[in-house]
Write a new protein. Sequence first.
Length: 209
Amino acid sequence: MLLHLLTIFVCLTIFICLTIFICLTKILSALTVTYKLAWPKDFATYSKGTGKVVNLEMFSLLAISSCSLSVPFTDRFLLQMLTPPFFAMAVFLAWLTMRCCGSKVTEIIQARSRQSQKIIMLLIQLMYPKLATRTFQVFRCQDIKHVGLVLDQDFSFKCWEGAHMFYATIALVAVFVYLIGVPLFTFVVLYCNRHRLHTAAVEQKFGDL
């Protein structure tokens, strides 16, 4: 009994420390993107590198090993917006495979369903800060003399003209779907279960919120 409690305590401690580490790393990775300052070179490199890992920027990781594999900003934006549905679809297909080929016991099926939901919610929460950063970068423009407003991340795009309007429209949709939708979903779930938050069933299903 004592060994079991000690194991639970150690696991919780590791989980809490890991959560704090990920949150701090996300904050550090956002500093160099949000504030255009003369950051020390080593810190800027560390911030960008760790940011790609903790924010699950799978395709941007290609640029770390080779400049020839670097992805343009507009492509990174689109890939970042499509990553949550891809992850959700992958988890759903894994759940569907286990449902069809695995155990038919009701309790096991329900446990796997809860686990799949928790994985999807955790992944979206991990990606949320970068989704917000990448979305607002589409609206950040600079006024260049004799040129006009250009996209801060790619000077080849003139703001609110041509191709930029296409990406700005997608970013606006992302604001409502991700930036507003995710917190709103969290609020609705917690509010609807406000009288049962400490029950085992709710903690197992929505404990990550």
